[in-house]
Design a protein around this ligand. Structure first.
Ligand code: BJW
Length: 228
């Protein structure tokens, strides 16, 4: 089994999604102002303020029933690979292991020049964190638009999607590539695709089964059905 999760699975923990028209992050902020390397080069202060606000939020929230159900599901199927587009670390905090972080992790810093993970050791005179080794600015260890997915994550997720019998897509709008292409790859390999989402998405017409509802309700119900 290959499971791909998106922002919707963390919504019930209180983490805003991106594309909800009312409450989504992109309803209030333009992606090109905050989630691109160009935005960071133009105005690192503004980008850091946004990420610091989100980091605080992520530290305060807790995993929900949907995250916990996926931990249990992993114990019930012969092999489960969990790929998440989320950067909040909530799957790991719920107890999932071997999670593939496709878009990075908001709680880590990396050097904007060297690309290496870095501890925060000093602040520049502007108050922005600097790399202890080379003095360039640190940035959050996330994948912005136009940037490559971390190589290992890309390869492992490709293999898991192409090899699985069942592909479960949870709480993602399925519009951001290459993540959205994983379900397509699973379909091409003959897997059954199941979607769990509160709304219809770009994947819905292709999915074998679409389960409508919050993942914090639907995933535990799915487990309940497996117990019968
Ligand atoms: C619930 C719920 C509940 C609510 N229960 N459900 C092919 C075609 C077109 C464009 C491209 C393409 N290939 C590449 C591109 C360009 C681009 C892209 O995809 N653009 C599209 C938007 C058009 N992709 C990229 O740029 C990627 N990089 C790349 O392709 O690099 C190429 C390259 C190769 C080699 C060298 C160099 C370059 C990178 C994409 C990075 C995405 N980054 C972000 C930000 C991460 C950091 C951060 O958090 O700040 O990732 S954008 C944002 O979108 C974030 C998310 O992970 C991602 C996906 O969002 P998600 O999870 O789907 O959230 P929402 O809000 O959209 O949806 C939530 C869903 O939940 C909804 O459906 C709700 O209904 C549902 N829901 N409550 C269940 N309780």
């Amino acid at each position: 089994m290959c499971v791909l999760t998106g922002a919707g699975i963390s919504a019930e923990s209180g983490v805003p999604t991106f594309r909800d028209a009312q409450t989504g992050l992109w309803a209030r902020y333009r992606p090109e102002d905050l989630a691109t390397p160009e935005a960071f080069a133009r105005d690192p202060q503004r980008v850091w303020e946004w990420y610091e606000w989100r980091r605080e939020l992520v530290r305060r929230v807790e995993p929900n029933a949907g995250h916990r159900a996926l931990v249990e599901l992993a114990g019930k199927v012969p092999r489960l690979t969990l790929v998440t587009q989320n950067v909040d670390g909530l799957h790991q905090r719920a107890g999932s292991t071997g999670v593939i972080e496709y878009h990075g992790n908001i709680l880590r810093d990396r050097c904007s020049a060297e690309g290496t993970l870095a501890g925060r050791s000093s602040l520049s005179i502007t108050g922005l964190p600097e790399c202890a080794r080379c003095g360039e600015l640190l940035r959050p260890d996330v994948v912005w638009f136009g940037e490559a997915i971390p190589r290992q994550a890309l390869l492992e997720a490709d293999v898991a999607a192409a090899d699985c019998d069942v592909f479960l897509s949870v709480g993602t709008a399925s519009v951001v590539y290459p993540a959205a292409g994983l379900a397509e790859s699973a379909l091409r390999s003959g897997a059954r695709v199941i979607e769990i989402n509160t709304e219809s998405t770009a994947l819905t017409p292709l999915a074998d089964i679409a389960l409508r509802g919050p993942s914090g309700d639907v995933l535990p119900q799915l487990l309940q059905a497996l117990r019968r």
